[in-house]
Design a protein. Structure first.
Lengths: 546, 445
């Protein structure tokens, strides 16, 4: 599912039509079916061995197989109504091989017999051999040791699929009721839960069984001024997380108090919606921003998206090389800039790292979708560009001896390719709270929550909105603003970074719908940061009359 | 049996499905499709693939309790299991107060959207089409990255009140980005057709090559308000945001660009220049579309904006019932009327302006005014005294399609084009707009 379908399915975009039917995510099942055990590991190993042996027998020099069961559950409500309850399951097998130096891939739905997986493997070899005729250079695969029979399970405390639907419906209807009682005209709310049960095996000798969970509670509150006909919205400050239902069982230590409460490892949906309803109303009469240069203080619930677009994407090696030129685009961060060793991506305060191991993040797994154990590595160190994100068939291009472990496919039926790791901004090393950061700002704007976003195809020029904007005057918050967007250039922006709050403020944001490839695949990714200050950024006023 | 069922086969299968039903009401939707694609980059094929997909969705209801189940295997046991599962889910579901029941049988317009030329595309034909493109970029020492994606399929539905609908269709989309080896020039082309025979990858590639070579050494112009000529591909990604926001309920609720204070709407108001007429028509020969919507409602030729006046909104059946109006469904295609002038005529008549061939990364900034942001990409040119003078660096814009259509200077002849944002096909003319707002420059090529 892509972002547009999700927004339409859930009524999250203002004015959007609800989809008449659910986009195909798999077959619809009962909630109980989501709790059925994954296929037995011994059976999965037999299915895998059948495929790997068949591929090798047909002349493959490498083969891997992914046996995937993908479960989704949506609970969709508005005001006092349940609009949709959707449970889906998708199961199948994808086999990828190298034969005659070329990749080949074949997938098969519902494969539970060794003959089916072997046949898919043979088909993949035939495709590889056919494509090899068009190939100029054979695939170079970075070596990877096998891990034998291993497993990884997301460290969740409560499986969201075990929570009765009624409890979820009750939560959302309570949230909606609180929004309406606090001044909202409309409210939409959704719980979106994912479980990926993935088994990977390869001719390198790995048999990896993984259980991955993701959870995203989200709402959108609308307030309308009947006299002027103006409307404003405020979306939830939750983040999609690599967690179970425990994300919704927040402790007081999981939140950060301030002008509005922000959330870390636990999310209090009811508390946030009460603030949201009041803030949506407050926005109606907020001051329209005066365009000009401002120092920006960006909350992690906002900054994650700027990191995603201006750091995560340009440092994907396949984009740098031109493989995404026809769709997502290329990158300004070309190999010569990296080779020079002194390209100033940001100010010396800025260290940005990729990390596929962070607990609770969307990208956390034990091994990626080509059997590489996950890692953490620097992309920008003390302001200088030092690395990219690469997978096994790209590692040699940047002189790496092994893959960085960021290969992913969004389904058993999709071919795995390089996807963004969790890319995060390292917290400041000296103790600094948000309050202390604001104290120093003479003319600034404090932005919380993500809004509109757009960036060019090489990732230079971007524009971002937000959910909440507060004017900072002489070190104090002077009130709410609206109609705010900022425009900047990636290198200029990161070089204008002057201060980063310390690790006590470090929080994750993220997306379920990072789109890339043709046909497009979606990937879920988190981005961490502490509140950060950027000086002299160009802010525009977005109010118009029609 | 082929995955693409004939009308008679689809009807027989759906009758079998409904015969299993024990619910108060039952509705079944079925689809089958076969897709094939080739993707290439750096002048080499990077991936190629195929997808065969078939799916049956059964919706059962007991009173206002509704459940939906799907299945992708069509043997009798699977069909019955799917019907039973939808009934179980309906029994478990809370009442849906907005459920209005299944529709009576309808009469549909005729629309020819299935072309044998596309249906018969095989890997060789696909490779041949791509080879014609690759040959040119390789010969000219340019770098090509493209995607060709063809599909044949059908959809059909039947319900317990006897409604039956069937529609077969085909489509091919081809897109290509051509870049210079040093990355200083970039050009793009996209084509979409129902009939594969209309796709000429050779001439399409020539356009991308020409734009690529012509875009080298772009000069920086100051951002600001400019007269622009938007090629149909560029215009489509802006105009489709009007299309996505035709929902009557959001309008009536006061949260649409079409809302007015006090729960009123702009229906009947002149919202854009009087030369603007936007309509949908399933029977249009250039852009055929299914004559029925997913819930079985008949699609008709309907004007959404007529001579600048907002004429119609799209309704769910529930909302139409609430409001006591006709339940006009969300349309399956979108066509904008144009004028007679060619793109060349429009350039000739421009004293000072910018030719925009593609726009990228379009996002809504303010749903109230439909203010959008995004950037120009892959070929942007300065026009002076009726001639293209030189390429210019890409701009970021902040503009509303409603404001833009009020600043209309001229319309050209409508062409079938593809949105680079949504992949939807449209019939849209090139258009000249005054005072289009560019807010900053980008170094991206």
């Amino acid at each position: 599912m892509n972002r547009r379908d999700f927004m339409q399915l859930t009524g999250m975009s203002a004015g959007a039509l609800m989809l008449p039917t659910i986009p195909v995510l798999g077959r619809a099942v009962t909630p109980e079916a989501l709790l059925e055990n994954a296929l037995d590991v011994a059976l999965k190993k037999r299915l895998a061995d059948a495929a790997l042996n068949a591929a090798t027998a047909k002349g493959a020099t490498y083969a891997d197989i992914r046996i995937g069961r993908y479960l989704n559950q949506f609970v969709v409500t508005r005001e006092d109504k349940v609009q949709n309850l959707v449970n889906t399951e998708s199961y199948g097998v994808g086999v990828r091989v190298i034969a005659d130096g070329c990749w080949g891939f074949a997938a098969v739905v519902d494969a539970k017999s060794e003959s089916q997986t072997a046949k898919a493997a043979e088909e993949a070899v035939a495709i590889a051999k056919a494509n090899a005729k068009l190939m100029k250079e054979p695939v170079q695969l970075a070596p990877q040791k096998g891990f034998g029979e291993v497993s990884w399970k997301a460290p969740i405390k409560k499986n969201a699929f075990e929570v009765p639907i009624k409890e979820k419906v009750d939560l959302l209807l309570t949230v909606n009721d609180a929004a309406m009682k606090n001044g909202a005209n409309y409210v939409n709310s959704v719980l979106f839960q994912v479980n990926e049960q993935k088994y990977f095996a390869s001719t390198d000798g790995s048999y990896i069984d993984q259980d991955i969970h993701r959870m995203w509670p989200i709402f959108n509150v609308t307030a309308i001024d009947p006299k002027s006909g103006k409307f404003e919205t405020r979306q939830s400050l939750s983040a999609p997380m690599g967690m179970g239902y425990d994300y919704l069982q927040a402790n007081p230590t999981d939140s950060i108090k301030g002008i509005t409460t922000r959330y870390n490892k636990g999310y209090d949906m009811l508390e946030d919606v009460v603030s949201a309803a009041k803030q949506a109303k407050e926005k109606l009469t907020a001051k329209s921003v005066e365009a000009g240069k401002y120092d920006l203080v960006l909350d992690p619930s906002h900054l994650w998206l700027t990191i995603h677009e201006s750091v995560g994407h340009p440092l994907e090696l396949d984009r740098v090389l031109g493989y995404e030129a026809n769709y997502a685009g290329t990158s300004f961060a070309t190999l010569d800039k990296w080779k020079a060793g002194d390209f100033k991506y940001g100010s010396p305060e800025v260290t940005l790292f990729a990390d596929k191991t962070q607990v609770g993040s969307l990208g956390a797994v034990g091994w990626d979708d080509e059997g590489v154990d996950t890692q953490k590595w620097d992309l920008v160190k003390d302001g200088v560009l030092v690395n990219y994100q690469a997978i096994r068939d790209q590692a040699h291009i940047i002189g790496e001896e092994r893959s960085q472990g960021c290969c992913y496919a969004d389904s058993w039926s999709s071919v795995q390719f390089q996807r963004m790791a969790n890319v995060s901004l390292a917290p400041g090393k000296t103790p600094l709270s948000v309050e202390d950061m604001i104290k120093d700002v003479e003319k600034g704007i404090y932005i919380i929550g993500d809004g509109s976003f757009s960036i060019d195809q090489q990732r230079y020029n971007f524009q971002f909105g937000g959910q909440l904007f507060y004017e900072i005057k002489d070190g104090k918050i002077a009130g709410m603003l609206k109609d705010v967007s900022y425009q900047s250039n990636t290198q200029e922006f990161w070089n204008s970074c002057t201060k980063i709050c310390d690790e006590r403020d470090y929080r994750l944001g993220g997306s379920f719908f990072d789109g890339k490839g043709q046909p497009s695949q979606s990937s879920a990714v988190s981005h961490g940061s502490s509140t950060t200050r950027f000086n002299g950024v160009n802010v525009i006023n977005t109010a118009r009359k029609i | 049996m082929s995955v693409i069922l004939t009308e008679a086969e689809a009807k027989a299968l759906l009758q079998k499905v409904l015969a299993f039903s024990k619910a108060d009401e039952c509705e079944a939707n079925i689809l089958g499709e076969q897709r094939g694609n080739i993707r290439y980059a750096r002048n080499e094929v990077s991936t190629s693939g195929g997808l065969i997909n078939q799916n049956l969705e059964v919706q059962s209801s007991f009173g206002k309790k509704v459940g939906t189940a799907t299945v992708d295997e069509f043997d009798d046991a699977s069909l019955e299991k799917c019907v039973r599962r939808s009934e179980e889910l309906a029994q478990l579901a809370p009442e849906n107060p907005e459920y209005v029941g299944v529709l009576e049988p309808q009469t549909y317009m005729k629309s020819k959207g299935f072309f044998e030329s596309t249906a018969s595309v095989d890997p060789d034909k696909r490779a041949e089409a791509v080879a014609m493109s690759l040959q040119q970029t390789r010969d000219k020492k340019l770098v090509g990255a493209g995607f060709l994606d063809d599909v044949k399929g059908y959809s059909a539905m039947m319900n317990s009140k006897g409604l039956f609908a069937y529609y077969p269709s085909t489509n091919v989309n081809f897109s290509l980005t051509v870049r210079t080896e040093d990355g200083q020039g970039s050009g793009y082309v996209i084509r979409g057709f129902s009939d594969f025979d209309k796709l000429d990858t050779k001439s399409a590639t020539q356009i991308a090559v020409q734009k690529c070579l012509g875009s080298v050494d772009a000069r920086a112009l100051e951002p600001g308000k400019y007269t622009v000529i938007l090629e149909p591909t560029a215009a489509s990604v802006l105009l489709e945001n009007i299309f996505f926001n035709l929902d009557a309920r959001s309008t009536d609720e006061g949260r649409s660009f079409l809302s007015k204070p006090g729960g009123k709407s702009k229906l009947g108001d002149k919202i854009v220049d009087e030369r603007v007429t936007i309509y949908s028509d399933p029977a249009n020969a250039e852009l055929p579309a299914s004559p029925w919507s997913g819930d079985g409602r008949a699609q008709e030729k309907i004007n959404w904006i007529e001579k600048g006046v907002m004429k119609n909104l799209a309704y769910s059946r529930f909302w139409a019932k609430e409001k006591g109006v006709k339940a006009t469904p969300f349309p399956n295609n979108l066509i904008m009327e144009g004028g007679s002038s060619s793109l060349e005529d429009m350039i000739k008549s421009t004293k000072r302006g910018i030719l925009v061939t593609k726009l990228w990364y379009i996002r809504t900034v303010d749903p109230q005014t439909l203010l959008l942001t995004g950037l120009t990409r892959d070929g942007t040119f300065f026009i002076e005294d009726g001639k293209i003078k030189y390429p210019v660096k890409n701009f970021r814009f902040n503009e509303s399609p409603i404001i833009m259509l009020n600043n209309l200077e001229a319309l050209g002849k409508p062409e079938r084009t593809v949105s680079t944002e949504s992949n939807r096909n449209y019939l849209i003319p090139p258009m000249k707009i005054r005072e289009f707002t560019f807010t900053s420059l980008s170094d991206a090529v």
